[in-house]
Write a protein that binds this ligand. Structure first.
Ligand SMILES: [Zn+2]
Length: 369
């Protein structure tokens, strides 16, 4: 009977032995980026790997999600290890798909490789024989909350109810048997050391917005039209005018895009579409900001005599990590990379949270979700 330390060493040795192969898994996913609920190739590839590793799994959960299971056969908790399947869309990213602009700018390709590494490390080392409970390998779709219109259409077709993969997993009961779960995300911030932990994220709601006007000849009869693009631009200005009303500590972030500005330059735009997030540190803060944004959108429509349809969709709540799991994570991380390669001030995870919060608000200004 090996002790805990010996078991960890055996698992790590097995992961190291397959290091090149696991890095290749991440590279393959990096080279085949697919945004949320479209990760068909990625899902198939992960299914192939689980099969190859002899790990039983279910697929097709929330369209493209998978759930593998390592069962010791002895009673105990089920520990979930998650990886996210989806990419972002970033024009000009060095690894972007030239056709779709999909790109793994958030490092999710590494998450899947790490998740599979946990699975094969535990299985191939024989460690499971000496453990109890189960380890679920959970590959979730659609963490990035993008392509709101596409996903809202999936919702209207009844294929999903929520626009994110994890809420869908919860709705489908796919996490009902999971007692605790963890995930490791990559970071591009060297200040976080080689492994950081804890922290939180802004919560969000998302909006699908459609300004409706009346088409007419833009040169010959603009007086007969109602310009929905002008409504959208007035709304954007009003959203900007509200920014001074947000408190710094609420880290409110609102960043709309126009996804359809018009259909032909000769006709007054009559159907203009936008999407936006409204993010903030607390539920109260993002709900109050969401009301202000709705006001700005209506003001835009009112200014030209058009109308606006606003669909506000639930996104994510701010993350709250479990303190005792964070302690376990940090102790094990220190054993791997050394105390010095973690965030400098480990004295208080609370402090660390604050730090990560401010880092996160920077991240929210960039491409990292
Ligand atoms: Zn991410």
């Amino acid at each position: 009977m090996a002790n805990t330390h010996e078991l960890k060493v055996a698992v790590q040795a097995e992961i190291d032995r397959r290091g090149d192969e696991l890095i290749q898994v991440a590279r393959t996913i990096l080279d085949n980026p697919e945004p949320g609920f479209r990760e068909h190739k990625t899902s198939k590839y992960v299914a192939g790997k689980l099969q190859e590793f002899g790990i039983p799994f279910e697929d097709g959960i929330a369209i493209t999600g998978l759930k593998g299971m390592l069962d010791t056969g002895k009673p105990g908790p089920t520990v979930g290890v998650m990886g996210e399947l989806d990419s972002l869309k970033v024009l000009g990213h060095p690894h972007a798909d030239p056709e779709t602009a999909a790109a793994h700018a958030c490092g999710h390709h590494c998450q899947i490789a790490m998740m599979l590494g946990v699975g094969i490390g535990l299985k191939a080392s024989g460690a499971l024989d000496q453990l109890s409970g189960r380890v679920a390998l959970i590959a979730v779709p659609a963490e990035e909350y993008i392509e709101i219109e596409f996903r809202d259409d999936l919702r209207r077709e009844g294929k999903i109810e929520f626009l994110g993969g994890k809420p869908e997993f919860i709705r489908l009961g796919a996490l009902d048997d999971v007692d605790l779960a963890m995930m490791t995300h990559t970071s591009s911030n060297p200040e976080e050391g080689r492994i950081a932990f804890g922290g939180t994220n802004n919560g969000i709601v998302a909006k699908r917005i459609q300004f409706l006007g009346r088409a007419s000849h833009a040169g010959g009869a603009p007086h007969a039209g109602i310009n929905a693009l002008n409504a959208a631009m007035t709304a954007l200005s009003a959203i900007h005018a509200q920014r001074e009303t947000y408190r710094d500590q609420d880290t409110v972030r609102i960043h709309p895009i126009i996804t359809q500005g018009g259909i032909a330059v000769s006709s007054v735009p009559a159907d203009v579409r936008m999407e936006t997030y409204v993010r903030a540190k607390s539920v109260d803060a993002f709900l109050s900001a969401s009301d202000k944004v709705d006001r700005a959108l209506r003001a835009g429509a009112m200014s030209v005599g058009g109308s606006v349809k606003i669909t506000t969709l639930p996104g994510y709540l701010p993350i709250q990590s479990d303190e005792s799991m964070l302690e376990l994570y940090s102790t094990n991380a220190a054993a791997l990379v050394g105390e010095d390669d973690q965030p400098k001030d480990r004295a208080g995870i609370g402090r660390n949270k604050e730090r990560n919060l401010s880092l996160d608000s920077e991240a929210n200004d960039g491409v990292v979700a």
